[in-house]
Write a protein that binds this ligand. Structure first.
Ligand code: FAD
Length: 356
């Protein structure tokens, strides 16, 4: 297959890729020869098409929208849409703006062509090669679930899974389940599993719950205030982390009412039958659900040999410090304030396209 040329190649067709696509289209880029999106998944929606069905977004639709078109209202209880609603919105968004997404096409590698610093980057995919003037990587984190290592983990006789493999509480009914992690995934998984099973919740630090009336929209406003403060040379407000972590969506509130949100400190090791703490206490378990986060999916960028700083790839805005033809969007705050959220990624995408 011959090598195709394109001005801007976006890797990934989740919310971040679509937001970049929206601004490229708006700036007049022609689909296919001037911009294209390649997505490894066989269906639209990015991570939202893979999350467990009962997962709820942490903001109502009007604060969970990509640029240009607001997410349709969700008719259910107080407005936190389920994952399928977000997936359907992203599917319709892609169609509405006729974004040139090719799938399933996995980008295997991005590399420099003949070490020419001014030429295009060579992008090798499962559907042939491209030469791209600019590559925007929007590959998210869902395909890199992270599980920390604890002694004895391999000996556990029960089931261990990461939240990325969790599909719902029913299979744990009547059992004993250890839920690990102090974030929103852990809280939501714990909340629903504790309704049907005996649960133990372990966290590295005591969990921090947001006030009941604070949801993703307030988090976004706090992130915005922090960005403004930092940009104008003011004091760091501490941003979202200063407020707390866990959004009190209805299922989590209901679990609190049942007294199910009590967290224990982290165990020291995993045993054949469960987990054990340093003081000798043990808890038997049939399953351990690791809600311990994700890492950025950056394996396709390995041939570029890029530098890391502060625990993430070194960037200036969205641009890789070591490779100006590469931008990164999504992933986390390090690519832009709230850039890993539906409401926040639009601003990052807009600034990036303006800079091209
Ligand atoms: P993704 O949605 O993961 O999309 C990346 C796409 O890139 C995928 O389709 C993938 O197949 C593709 N891809 C990966 N590698 C390659 C490759 N090499 N070549 C080609 N394609 C590739 N955010 C909110 O705004 N509100 C919420 O309520 C919310 N709740 C969340 C709850 C949980 C449990 C989690 C884990 C996250 C939540 N988030 C929420 C965050 C948000 O879902 C993610 O940050 C978001 O999905 C990231 O979007 P993305 O486009 O960067 O990545």
């Amino acid at each position: 297959m011959s090598t195709r040329q394109v001005d801007v190649l976006v890797v990934g067709g989740g919310q971040a890729g679509l937001a970049v696509g929206y601004y490229l289209r708006r700036a007049g880029y022609r689909p296919e020869d001037q911009y294209v999106l390649l997505d490894a998944a066989d269906r639209p929606g990015g991570a939202w098409a893979r999350m467990w069905p009962s997962l709820r977004a942490f903001s109502p639709p009007e604060y969970s929208s990509l640029p240009g078109w607001r997410m349709p209202a969700w008719g259910g209880d107080p407005g936190f849409p389920p994952a399928a609603h977000v997936r359907d919105y992203l599917t319709a968004y892609e169609r509405r703006y006729e974004l040139p997404v090719h799938r399933p096409v996995r980008v295997r590698t991005v590399r420099r062509e003949n070490d020419d610093p001014a030429g295009p980057l060579r992008v090798s995919t499962t559907d042939g090669d491209y030469l791209a003037g600019v590559v925007v990587s929007c590959t998210g984190t869902w395909s890199r679930p992270f599980v920390p290592t604890y002694p004895g983990q391999g000996d556990f006789a029960g089931r261990q899974l990461h939240a990325a493999e969790y599909t719902g509480p029913q299979e744990y009914a009547g059992g004993r389940v250890v839920v690990v992690g102090g974030g929103n995934s852990a809280a939501q998984v714990l909340a629903e599993v504790s309704a049907v099973a005996s649960t133990t919740w372990v966290t590295q630090r005591p969990p921090k719950f947001l006030p009941d009336d604070v949801d993703g929209r307030a988090l976004f406003m706090v992130a915005t205030a922090r960005r403004r403060a930092l940009e104008s040379g003011g004091t760091d407000t501490g941003g979202v982390a200063a407020l707390g972590d866990i959004v009190m969506v209805p299922v989590v509130r209901e679990a609190r009412e049942r007294g199910a949100l009590r967290a224990e400190p982290m165990f020291e090791r995993v045993t054949r039958d469960g987990v054990a703490w340093a003081d000798g206490r043990e808890q038997a378990a049939d399953a351990i659900i690791w809600c311990t986060g994700f890492r950025p999916e950056l394996r396709h960028l390995a041939p570029l040999g890029l530098r890391y700083a502060d625990g993430h790839l070194a960037v200036l805005g969205t641009q890789a410090v070591d490779e100006p033809r590469l931008h990164l969007v999504g992933y986390g705050d390090w690519t832009g304030p709230a850039s890993a959220t539906l409401i926040g990624v639009g601003r990052t995408a807009r600034d990036l396209v303006a800079s091209l």
